[in-house]
Design a protein around this ligand. Structure first.
Ligand code: ADE
Ligand code: ZN
Length: 351
């Protein structure tokens, strides 16, 4: 079970937004290509001589009205087409890391989609070097810890994923794990059993998107067949009470993305989101921004919208921040240091 059932804290309601920002936390589910703001898309398009099919920043932003995951992915992949050079990947990641600092994130594990770039002829090396340079600079200049998780696109074949893994191996030390993203329905986890088995042998951390639009069975298969350590999204687990019990007993983290779920119509409105129910059932829930440039906000905006929509309090805030630190892929020693800082922050606000 979750080792820390919802605590209570006496914090003034007015102080909650400041506490949500100040509390040290980790972001564990953010696609770096999903942090490309329309302004940066246009700037990079101009820098690289790429023709966009939207006449202006405003027209592009106006197209961000999604009906489901696929309607978003079509625009998301089009946006990523402006990324060609190492400096483009650096600029994109650096812009996100500055926001992360502002939102009180002490550690972030960034997803990147190499296939989105290599299939356009951008070498893997260009992608990973640009992202790595931004992560290193975040550590030295911002005091923000940042690691990379390479995602396989599930709408492509497992052969393509295996080929991508081969291309990535010379840079094995530059990423900590692998994930599985893109169109979920019709592309179950078991499609990637062999590539995940290989990654497991290599000692990589394993995560996968499951139960965002796909059924609870995809979560079970991600756990049993891919052996993932965290489930990205996972909100459809509630359709299987035995699965909910299993997730709670094992303390398996769910990296939930509230604003994303509303924008992609997984829930109609925030008041209907099941995040509070999941917490009440003892699940190790975390809050994340997924694709912040497309879904209306970065991590703090996700916290604010969720706390308002579901009437959450300081006890929930503590649990969510602590879950994010505990579920991160850093050493126990580093986690303990951040949890001490978290406790100090709450003590300050409760005073
Ligand atoms: N790629 C970027 N965002 C995604 C999401 N929410 N689900 C699946 N794949 C994604
Ligand atoms: Zn995602």
């Amino acid at each position: 079970m979750n080792s820390h059932p919802l605590p209570t804290f006496r914090v003034e309601r007015d102080a909650l937004p400041a506490l949500l920002k100040a509390m040290p936390k980790a972001e564990l589910h953010m696609h770096i290509e999903g942090s490309l703001e329309p302004e940066l898309i246009f700037a990079l398009a101009q820098r690289n001589g790429v023709q966009l099919s939207y006449p202006s920043v405003e027209a592009l932003r106006a197209a961000y009205a999604f009906t489901d995951l696929q309607s978003f992915l079509d625009i998301y992949y089009a946006g990523a087409s402006v990324l060609l050079k190492e400096a483009d990947f650096f600029d994109m990641a650096w812009a996100y890391l500055l926001k992360a600092k502002e939102d009180g994130i002490v550690h972030t594990e960034l997803f990147f989609d190499p296939q989105t770039h290599t299939e356009r002829g951008v070498p893997f090396e260009v992608v990973i070097k640009g992202l790595t340079r931004a992560c290193e600079q975040a550590r030295t200049e911002l005091g923000v810890s940042a690691s990379l998780i390479m995602c396989f696109l599930r709408h492509l074949s497992e052969e393509d994923a295996l080929k991508t893994l081969e291309e990535a191996l010379p840079y094995r030390d530059l990423f900590i794990g692998v994930g599985l993203d893109s169109s979920e329905r019709g592309h179950p986890p078991e499609k990637f059993a062999r590539v995940f088995a290989r990654c497991r042998e290599l000692g990589l951390h394993l995560v996968a998107h499951a139960g965002e639009e796909g059924p609870a069975q995809y979560i079970i298969n991600a756990l049993d067949i891919l052996h993932v350590e965290r489930i990205d999204h996972g909100v459809r687990c509630v359709e299987d009470p035995a699965l909910v019990k299993r997730l709670a007993e094992h303390g398996t983290a769910l990296t939930v993305c509230p604003l994303s779920n509303i924008k992609l119509c997984v829930f109609d409105k925030m008041e209907q989101h099941n995040l509070k129910t999941l917490l009440d059932q003892g699940l190790k829930v975390t809050i994340n921004s997924d694709d912040p440039a497309y879904f209306g906000g970065y991590l703090h905006a996700n916290f604010l919208a969720t706390f308002e929509g579901l009437d959450l309090d300081a006890g929930h805030a503590y649990t969510l921040a602590r879950n994010s630190l505990e579920a991160s892929f850093v050493s126990d020693e580093v986690k303990a240091g951040w949890i001490r800082q978290l406790d100090e922050t709450f003590a300050r606000f409760a005073a």
